[in-house]
Design a protein around this ligand. Structure first.
Ligand SMILES: [Zn+2]
Length: 176
């Protein structure tokens, strides 16, 4: 069972083969665009994908890192929504109390994040999720970064490949 380092390192070093494959596809059937930006963003999505399935394991580095980021985001959003709701005295006291409640929301998110994850090597270790990851990558690059469709298509394909590389190394190739 490969760990975080093996998964990420395998992603880091195998990327040239994916570039080769996509370059070949470009010349044949699929109109992907290999521009410097799409290649670099594709590298990021590919390497992230090479460890992303282990998000479903509470001890995985990615799970623990993402949990902290999600908790901070929830705390920040809670503060934005609650700002001005407490009128207890001086403004500094109101701000401190608002952050007290926001921190509780962050704490809740911390635990809910782990509870909501599917079982380890369950649905997140599937080709269905590899496809969803590829689709999200496409939407991010096409509509979020407003890059060209051929570039987004390239990033989507390498994202799917990075995710699938993880499943291959885990020997857990299933459709769903
Ligand atoms: Zn795994």
């Amino acid at each position: 069972m490969p760990n975080y380092e093996e998964h990420v390192l395998s992603g880091l070093v195998s990327y040239p083969f994916i570039v080769l494959l996509c370059g070949f596809l470009t010349s044949k059937v699929i109109p992907v665009e290999l521009t410097p930006l799409s290649l670099i963003i594709g590298y990021a999505f590919y390497v992230l994908g090479s460890d992303l399935p282990d998000m479903d394991h509470p001890n995985a580095l990615l799970h623990r890192g993402a949990k902290a980021i999600v908790a901070v985001l929830v705390g920040g959003v809670a503060y934005l929504n609650l700002a001005g709701s407490f009128k207890l005295g001086p403004p500094w006291l109101d701000v401190a109390v608002t952050w007290g409640v926001s921190a509780l929301a962050a704490l809740g998110a911390w635990y809910v994040f782990t509870l909501m994850m599917p079982n380890h090597r369950g649905v997140m270790h599937s080709l269905l999720f590899a496809s969803i990851y590829g689709l999200l990558a496409f939407l991010t690059v096409e509509y979020g970064l407003r890059m060209r469709s051929g570039e987004a298509l390239y990033v989507a394909i390498v994202s799917f490949c990075g995710y699938t590389l993880h499943l291959l190394l885990d020997r857990e190739i299933k459709l769903l």
